[in-house]
Write a protein of this length. Structure first.
Length: 271
């Protein structure tokens, strides 16, 4: 178990660099400091989780990396280029699947292709392959209202991957699902990551989910949001749910809980 917010051994040029970022918002009662002094380097193909309580700035940091908001101070870059808007090669998945109920499953997955005015014929096969990978090959012509919550979220992930983005940002994508479905999608996401090696930033409240999925876990404190520690998770892959029963997994969990409780947070996992 190691910590550190900088580059991993052997890496010189991070895919994403967040340097001394502060973000504040105006409010009627005065400025609200959402993030302060956040620095983090993320390597190409790395799976990073942002773990912490509500209000610690996890989603704010994700929005800054996505170019959907701007930092008050500090810098953010992707592949050496400043982030000044949504960067090319970005896919996003939210807690709510945001599917369009009047479009079929396949039509929903193809939305980014249409928005980017790409050649539909070139991406149609990829869309079908992704849906097949998620076990949805028989649901191409169904509508979202005909699917379960887990199936809808699989469609949302397929939609985010259809244009083959280099960066996938996921904001509590499984938070609204039941525990069994969440476990299943955790393993499916790991399989997808191992197959395509996308750089993933994953926001979660769940300590066990963060440790199961991640190469490194950024443990954040609230008010104002900051990274307390970046914890490397050294289990080999692929990981199964059984790893959660190991003494090593318990050691990671204890460390994360100690940091969160030490910052005044009582972290209670739902899964």
């Amino acid at each position: 178990m190691t910590d550190g917010g900088g580059r991993m051994a052997g890496e010189t040029d991070p895919h994403i660099r967040v340097h001394n970022v502060t973000k504040s918002y105006e409010s009627p009662s005065g400025d609200v400091l959402a993030l302060t002094g956040v620095s983090l380097d993320i390597n190409n193909g790395e799976f990073i989780s942002l773990l912490g309580p509500s209000g610690c700035g996890k989603s704010t940091l994700l929005k800054l990396v996505a170019g959907l908001d701007t930092a008050t101070s500090g810098t953010l870059s992707l592949a050496g280029q400043p982030i000044s808007g949504p960067p090319f090669g970005l896919g996003m998945v939210f807690q709510k699947d945001v599917l369009l109920d009047w479009r079929t499953v396949l039509q929903n997955v193809m939305l980014p292709v249409e928005f980017q005015d790409l050649n539909k014929a070139e991406y149609l096969d990829r869309a079908k392959q992704l849906l097949k990978l998620f076990g949805l090959a028989d649901f191409l012509d169904k509508h979202p209202w005909e699917l379960s919550g887990g199936m809808r979220q699989r469609v949302a992930i397929a939609r985010a991957l259809v244009t083959n983005p280099s960066l996938l940002l996921m904001d509590e994508p499984f938070g609204a699902l039941d525990a069994l479905t969440r476990d299943e999608l955790n393993l499916e996401l790991q399989d997808i990551w191992m197959r395509y090696r996308k750089t993933i930033m994953f926001v979660t409240h769940s300590i066990s989910e963060a440790i199961l999925l991640s190469d490194r876990v950024c443990i954040m404190a609230a008010r104002p949001g900051r990274i307390m520690e970046v914890m490397a998770v050294e289990f080999p892959r692929p990981r199964t749910l059984a790893v959660r029963e190991s003494a090593e997994f318990s050691a990671y969990t204890r460390r994360a809980r100690q940091l969160l409780e030490g910052s005044g947070v009582f972290q209670h996992e739902k899964s």
